[in-house]
Every structure is written in C-alpha cells, then in structure tokens.
Design a protein around this ligand. Structure first.
Ligand code: HEC
Length: 142
C-alpha cells in the first residue's frame, strides 16, 4: 500500500523527466537545422557583392548604387528579387539615378537570406531579418 502510494507520487516526476527528454530531442534537432542554415552573410558579402558595392557598401558614384543607408532596402521583396534576378536599366537609390547591370547572383535561399540579413544590419542600415522562407517565396514567384 505504501509502495503503491510512493509510485503514484513519483509518477508525475517520471512523466516530467521523460517529457523533458523529448523537448531536448526537439531542441537538438532544431540546432542541426539551424547550423545547416548558418552561413556567414559577411563572408558571402565579401565573396559576391564587395567587388561592386564596395567594402562599406558605399558603391561607386554613378556606377554602382550604395547598399549603405539605401532606401531601396525598405522594399524587402524587391531587394530579395534584386539579388536573385539582378537587374539592368534605370534604378533610383537615395534620390540618385543609376543605369547599369547587376547579374543574378548564384546563391541558395539560405545564402541570400544570410547576405541580406548582414546588409540590413550593417552599413548604417536600420536592421531587419530576411529568412530563407521569404527568399523561397520570392523565388517561387519569379
Ligand atoms: C557586378 C556588380 C555587382 C555585384 C557583384 C552585385 N551587385 Fe548589386 N547592384 C549592381 C548594380 C549595377 C545595381 C543597379 C542595377 C541597375 O541599374 O538596374 C545593383 C543594385 C543592387 C541593389 C538595389 C539598389 C541598392 O543599391 O540598394 C541591391 C539591394 C543589391 N544590388 C544588392 C547586392 C548584393 C547583396 C550583392 C551580392 C550578393 C550584389 N548586389 C552584387 C551591381 C552589382
């Protein structure tokens, strides 16, 4: 009788421990997914963007528009599309006209998300996040 009572009292504890185990499992799974997505936006910027948009994102007057303080970034979908598809022709950034060509960038969804999140949070920009899901959605509409 006493033993049964003891077991009964222990039951919630056992349940609690086993559910914790499950939570841990989920957490570690999330971690693996995250590390797969963890590519360095800064590295991608240096590899793929710096040659035209320059180190501080200042661009080159009349040739390459700036990413530093760019008002174009307010349009997140347009910004994602710019990286996926590139563009050529007239574009106005911070009130200045540019007319040049940016080639489409060969980057996967995670890489586009990482490099744009890096741009949004550096170079005097206002912050913000671009997720791989958002990139995927824009890519699907292309
Ligand atoms: C070969 C040069 C070149 C490379 C490399 C390049 N861009 Fe561009 N980018 C341009 C040009 C030129 C424009 C304007 C295009 C036009 O006139 O239609 C532009 C426009 C943009 C714009 C919109 C305007 C602005 O200044 O905010 C964004 C955002 C952008 N680029 C981001 C990137 C990112 C991020 C990368 C790297 C993944 C990149 N670009 C790589 C040349 C380049």
């Amino acid at each position: 009788m006493r033993l049964a009572k003891l077991l009964f009292a222990a039951l919630p504890f056992v349940l609690f421990v086993s559910s914790c185990g499950e939570a841990n499992h989920e957490e570690s799974q999330e971690k693996t997914d995250e590390s797969a997505a963890q590519v360095s936006g800064e590295d991608i910027y240096k590899r793929k963007c710096v040659s035209c948009h320059m180190g501080g994102g200042d661009g080159i007057a009349n040739v390459y528009p700036p990413l530093a303080g760019s008002d174009y970034l307010a349009n997140k979908e347009g910004t994602i599309l710019q990286v996926l598809a590139g563009s050529s022709g007239e574009i106005i950034v911070n009130g200045k006209k540019y007319n040049n060509t940016m080639p489409p960038q060969q980057l996967n969804d995670n890489e586009v998300a990482a490099v744009l999140t890096y741009v949004y949070n550096n170079m005097g920009n206002k912050g913000g996040t671009v997720t791989a899901e958002e990139v995927k959605a824009v890519r699907a509409k292309q």
